[in-house]
Write a protein of this length. Structure first.
Length: 224
């Protein structure tokens, strides 16, 4: 038989975990009163909220966190014009892999061109640069990417779209559309649609995120 005491603990479990204290012993303190109904009788509970026990409201939501990692990772890129970052996340919101655009492994950054325009296409960066999505996918070799999500700071090109689909990734969240003609986005969107990969634009929950590291001491400020 369920006792009122047992119901009390179950009902308050979430509150305790999130920093709220529920106990009859707190009657003498500054408390807000909350009434919880149980099947057989009503019990008045004193739920005490102390400032030091309330979780911080100034934290980074998951989506903003993952997209912020994309931009931070993009800062590793040597590309003088376009820096892109990608972050792969599993269903448990664990970061599985990160990647940024760069030259293939083992090739020095100065050995291949970084320009966008040249007399011949092989004198531009385009045939050589590995995109952020490709690197994020290939950087993880030990865990399946099935049903994972990929966050990307820019809309994926059609070559990366194919890699994303073949890797088993089921959700794409991008932040920026490249200044390309609409037609160049069509193959990516068409393949995602046909393969059952959802693709949506990132909608931030925060207004601004500032990361400052000075003399090895870091601080982050979030403006919502
Ligand atoms: Zn790409």
């Amino acid at each position: 038989m369920t006792t009122p005491q047992a119901s009390f603990q179950t009902d308050c479990e979430e509150g305790i975990n999130s920093g709220y204290f529920a106990s009859a012993n707190y009657k003498s303190q500054q408390c807000c009163s909350q009434k919880i109904s149980v099947p057989q009788q009503d019990i008045s509970l004193e739920v005490c909220k102390q400032a030091s026990q309330v979780p911080s409201r100034s934290y980074l939501p998951w989506h903003d966190y993952f997209m912020s990692l994309c931009y931070l990772t993009a800062a590793r890129s040597k590309d003088p014009n376009t820096k892109v970052g990608a972050c792969i996340v599993d269903k448990e919101n664990r970061v599985v892999s990160l990647g940024y655009n760069g030259m293939p492994r083992g090739i020095k950054d100065d050995d291949l061109p970084w320009g966008k325009v040249a007399a011949h296409s092989y004198e531009t960066k385009y045939p050589y640069v590995c995109h952020a999505e490709m690197n994020a996918i290939l950087n993880e070799r030990h865990t399946t990417l099935d049903d994972c999500s990929i966050y990307v700071s820019k809309f994926p090109c059609c070559e990366c779209a194919k890699l994303i689909i073949q890797a088993g990734i089921k959700k794409v969240v991008f932040s920026e559309l490249k200044p390309e003609p609409w037609e160049e986005q069509v193959p990516t969107r068409k393949m995602f649609s046909l393969a059952g990969v959802t693709c949506r634009k990132f909608i931030p929950s925060i207004h601004q995120l500032n990361l400052i590291v000075t003399d090895g001491i870091g601080s982050v400020s979030i403006t919502k």
